[in-house]
Design a protein around this ligand. Sequence first.
Ligand code: UDP
Length: 408
Amino acid sequence: MSVSIEAYRPIVGTQFIDELYKIAEHINERSIQHINSTPVGGGVAEILHRLVPLTNELGVKATWDVIKGSEEFFNVTKAFHNALHGSDDEITDDMFEIFRETTRDNLTTMNLYGDVIMIHDPQPAGLIAKKNEIGRKWAWRCHIDVSRPNKKLWEFLREYVVQYDASVFSMPDFSQQLPITQFLITPSIDPLADKNMDLEQSFIDSILEKYAIDPGRPIITQISRFDRLKDPVGVIQAYKIVKKRYDVQLVLAGGGASDDPEGAAVLQEVQEMGADDPDVKILLLPAYSDKEINALQRASTVVLQKSIKEGFGLTVTEAMWKNKPVIGGATGGIRKQIIDGVTGYLVHSIEGTARRIIDILNDPKHAELIARNGFEHVRNNFLLTRHLKDYMLVMIALERDGSDVIEL
Ligand code: UDP
């Protein structure tokens, strides 16, 4: 489904959309070719599905190609992904060979034609080998946190990355020191996607009914994979402190436990902790539950993201966009989104989380103000249209490399 850039005008303001058109004019007929490793599933594909047509609509030619690889290749890149996040998975020379082989195949079969070629994440990173032959401007857009990678793997990947004209990271904390230009572009959400669009109250009510959640009492929600780093156990403990004084309900909803043994163990632990309390709803959501997640977030009184460690934390952005007061663990990208006491609350402990939930329940007027600030913060900084602007600015900056300031 294609949504016009004009649909964003009432959301982000006419001035911002006009600015996008102006920036597009400065791109001078140059095109951008995005390349990643999957056409569906995952945040990168989700964003590209929307970004590419919107870029074209602004008059900048944008295309998107996907590399091909065997199951074996994707097992290797999955191990790479984990190892870049610092897991202890062993990285072998055979894996490097499989990576090189698939890279060679794609170099032969793929048409690399963009004036700017933006390569997303490690899987297609080896395509840079073509740069010597065809020139163009190349950017490596890294969506993952590579600040503490497996050393052997990073040395291998770095050989490719340093050949790019520029790197693009989501946050300074995720990046690596490199001898090439570095851009920082934070992730974004699409306000018109199923997960974030306005919903009819009747749909929200139907979801509450489906899960036997009482709309008449406060609802505390955390949407997350069942992962220890999201601290669902801590969430239940905080809820139990609050529950001594307030008649609240807790919704812990997430997926990803079925194919993840660790996730299944966490889920079981959480289910046991909540078993004696009918006001604790542990919901195992199937993939593609976007509208349901949207409804649960919109029905909430308070949204938690009590992570101990976090990437960017898109659930925080999503909840703020729905005008909810958000309480988040003081880690990763949550710290970028929550300005403590202004756009939400940052917490460091279970007791602190309970305390902030109680503050919100005690002073709904103040909670409303915080939620409003959070909404504006997202509108100004974390929507897809800002992402679009940043990618166009990268195109311009790459064309004029060397200059620190570019006047348009
Ligand atoms: N999400 C989902 N289903 C789930 C749990 C989460 O679709 O069962 C979505 C959630 O709404 C958000 C994303 O997955 O858009 C999670 O991103 P986040 O950055 O919060 O955490 P990650 O899971 O990437 O660590």
